[in-house]
Design a protein around this ligand. Sequence first.
Ligand code: SF4
Length: 59
Amino acid sequence: MTCTGQGLCAELLPELIDLDEWGSPILKDRAVPDQLRTHARRAVAVCPRLALHSGRGRP
Ligand code: SF4
């Protein structure tokens, strides 16, 4: 599905996700540090459009 640009993921994972001027997420880094893995999984899980992926399938 397509991101609707409401920014929930960036609120949950500001360390790795910025929003562009339209509210679409921009990854700062594709590598997720170990200490942020739980937060990253949560951001993937709560995306209402199923637009985020962890790279290893959905959590
Ligand atoms: S949570 Fe999902 S729909 Fe919302 S901005 Fe992030 S990727 Fe887009």
